[in-house]
Design a protein around this ligand. Structure first.
Ligand code: SF4
Length: 340
């Protein structure tokens, strides 16, 4: 994601701040992560509770019961140790995440969804990556901070929450202080997200579908919609909306909802935006993504997603957005290309 045009209704780069109007830039206020305020005892207790759930794993809605403490991998493909594909500075996320210096992005291996069109399928579905120790992952997080990252951005983290908590705790002891971003498909258990309350500052959560039959056909799960909605409500409860400070800088705390436009499936866009406006907040920042291209199993014409989106589909989604009452967000250029 490199090109993000603002979605303000008047297309002007301004935002109301208190009684004044500030010019909004891509700058992000430098703030410490909320996890700095957690006591050692509280942090350790959360790590303990998270790992305890891995003995018969119920961390995500799959509830597959794998004994990951014994090293067995669940449906997500990951066992006890953190498994990472790559970590680096990334400049193509939404402005409050990438800012001016980049986001410290950690691409995790494995996934609890099985999206036929996954644009990162080598790591998510084929499980490419390396097992790291907790100290090694902690050192990587600190190195990303040293390189100037605004934040640590865990991509596809739902199945590795215990490991990420443990690595963040260890990295905090090494001086990590920048905020955490939880960058998720939203196929999360709300009870797992509760463990991240006061740890994560920015949630970057998808709402991919509002129709479970489509979710089953394209992502291999039959209960995406309710779980994702419940997860997004919990994310919003924890961090609220993104806001802009008096200097026009994004404050790095809040929920951003992503919507990836899929070809021939734009009839869900209205329900996505209506849910966000009415069940989260009309001030939610929405990121509309046009980068879809057929990858992995999506070249199979039977799935109906074997091409990029067209202009008519893009316009349909933008019309749905403009009628939704939402006023904040970004949209990619039509010619975007995605992938890790
Ligand atoms: S996180 Fe992985 S092992 Fe745990 S329930 Fe989900 S798919 Fe199964």
């Amino acid at each position: 994601m490199e090109s993000l045009e603002p979605l303000f209704p008047d297309a002007s780069l301004t935002a109301e701040v208190g009684n004044s109007v500030a010019e909004v830039t891509d700058a992000v206020a430098d703030m410490d992560g909320s996890y700095l305020s957690l006591s050692d005892a509280d942090f350790r207790e959360r790590i303990h509770r998270a790992y305890a759930r891995m003995s018969a794993c119920d961390l995500c809605p799959r509830q597959c019961g794998a004994d990951r403490l014994a090293g067995k991998a669940g449906i997500c493909g990951v066992g006890l140790k953190p498994r990472i594909f790559v970590w680096n500075l990334h400049h193509g996320e939404e402005p409050p995440v990438s800012g001016t210096r980049g986001s410290g992005t950690v691409f995790l291996s494995g996934c609890n969804l099985n999206c036929r069109y996954c644009q990162n399928y080598p790591l998510s579905q084929l499980n490419h990556g390396t097992e790291l120790s907790i100290p090694s992952l902690a050192a990587a997080l600190v190195e990303l901070q040293r390189r100037g990252a605004h934040n640590i951005n865990f991509v596809t983290p739902s199945h590795q929450v215990p490991q990420l908590l443990a690595a963040t705790y260890a990295a905090r002891q090494l001086g990590l202080h920048i905020p955490l971003v939880y960058n998720t498909s939203s196929f999360d258990e709300a009870s797992t997200l509760v463990l991240l309350d006061g740890v994560v500052d920015i949630y970057l959560g998808d709402l991919r579908y509002t129709n479970d039959q489509v979710a089953l056909r394209l992502s291999g799960v039959n209960d995406y919609v309710d779980h994702a909605k419940e997860a997004l409500v919990e994310m919003h409860r924890q961090v609220g909306d993104i806001i802009v400070d008096e200097q026009g800088r994004y404050v790095p705390r809040g929920l951003i909802v992503r919507y990836l436009i899929l070809p021939r499936h734009t009839n869900m866009a209205r329900d996505v935006f209506d849910f966000v406006a009415h069940n989260l907040s009309p001030d939610t920042y929405v990121s509309i993504m046009t980068q879809y291209f057929p990858a992995y199993k999506a070249l199979n014409p039977g799935l109906g997603i074997d091409r990029k989106i067209n202009e008519a589909e893009f316009n349909r989604v933008m019309n749905a957005w403009s009628r939704s009452g939402l006023v904040h967000g970004w949209v990619q250029d039509m010619d975007e290309q995605g992938g890790a």
